[in-house]
Write a protein that binds this ligand. Structure first.
Ligand SMILES: *Cc1c(COP(=O)(O)O)cnc(C)c1O
Length: 355
């Protein structure tokens, strides 16, 4: 158990108006959680303080060598007024796997979840109530030692900030157009692709800009060695439904192990749908499309939950998935996952946690 000191703000901000569209990641709540780490002493000084700028040395290691990790999850307001988290233990476990890979100190799982719960409780009035909205939770750890040599930092800060967000697709599920990248790669086996690190995102920006210029909203990455096997989309894992079977790339060391991915696999298995986690090549997708067997493609991630894919573009090959609309399974998964997250559907797996 952490002993969390609380300093409440004297100047609470105005809550967003009811009709505010809550554009992702633009509004922050009144408070933040901070905890420091010092080599030899461990994590200490857990506190909740008013949301404010950080004061760091310009020599802080995070600015130079990118020793940084982050997480993302959401708190949802149920109809009965409870505030629910979705599988926060999974984010705690993934944080520690990321920390091991990036030579950062681990955080006890129960402390990670406790810090989130206490912060969300204090800013509970910020959990929006309109359909499709939620409170996005962003925990992150940065290296703070003032040192320009290359080694793991000796001091860190673990911080959690909160941001009310609107529905990812304000008009309801909306199929996205995806660009399959054949020039740049995101990650390779042995690298940091399976860690939730800012460094993976800076590596992805060039291809994202290129895809946007071509009129595509997201990038689908191929493996870094053969440029042949499907990995994942920007900030989502990817699933294909081919001739009745659901296929998603196996976790191979360069793919981020998504909590939503894990939940979708569980639900498909519960429903008796054939599900394979395996290598799948872009040629296999292209062939399935030509043969009329590519029934659905969708991405999964905390932000959009399930994101149907309407178009895939691989070089000159433009694949429209079915009629470019929303697949039946994509819709059913979206309805069930959001139903569980909001407490409207029985939570047989005990995935939700009350704040
Ligand atoms: C966070 C993330 C995902 C999705 O993970 P969830 O736990 O489902 O939100 C997928 N890919 C990448 C690269 C990510 O950073």
């Amino acid at each position: 158990m952490l002993d969390i000191k609380v300093e409440r703000t004297n100047e609470p901000k105005k809550l967003p108006e009811k009709d505010n569209p809550l554009v992702f990641g633009t509004i922050f709540t009144d408070h933040m959680f901070v905890m420091d780490y010092t080599l030899g002493k461990g994590w200490h000084d857990a506190r909740i303080i008013p949301y404010q700028p950080l004061c760091l040395e310009p020599s802080a290691m995070v600015f130079h060598y990118g020793q940084e990790m982050f997480e993302g999850l959401k708190a949802y307001r149920a109809k009965d007024g409870r505030t629910l988290l979705f599988r926060p233990d999974m984010n705690a476990k993934r944080t520690n796997r990321t920390c091991i890979r990036l030579c950062m100190p681990e955080i006890p799982e129960e402390d990670f979840v406790q810090a989130i719960k206490e912060l969300v409780k204090i800013d509970e009035a910020w959990v929006p109530t309109k359909e499709g909205t939620s409170l996005y939770i962003r925990p992150f750890i940065i290296a703070t030692s003032p040192f320009l040599g290359v080694r793991p930092s000796h001091t860190y800060k673990f911080i959690i900030i909160l941001s009310p967000v609107g529905p990812y697709y304000p008009e309801g599920l909306d199929p996205v157009k995806i660009w399959i990248e054949d020039e740049y790669v995101r990650a390779v086996k042995g690298g940091i692709g399976e860690a939730k690190a800012g460094g993976n995102y800076v590596a992805s920006l060039r291809a994202q800009v290129k895809a946007h210029e071509e009129g595509y909203s997201q990038v689908l990455w191929l493996d870094g060695v053969h440029r042949k096997y499907i990995e994942e989309v920007g900030a989502m894992n990817i699933f294909f439904k081919i001739n009745g079977s659901v296929i998603t790339p196996e976790l191979n060391g360069s793919i981020l192990p998504g909590v939503t991915r894990d939940s979708v696999i569980r639900l498909c298995k519960d429903w008796g749908i054939k599900l394979e986690e395996r290598k799948i090549s872009i040629d296999e997708i292209s062939r399935a499309h030509k043969d009329g067997l590519l029934e659905e493609v969708f991405g999964t991630g905390t932000a959009a939950v399930v994101s149907p894919v309407g178009h895939l573009r691989w070089g000159k090959d433009v694949m429209q998935i079915k009629d470019g609309g929303i697949g039946e399974l994509s819709q059913k998964l979206y309805d069930n996952l959001t139903g569980i997250q909001l407490g409207n559907i029985p939570d047989v797996h005990n995935w939700t946690v009350e704040v």
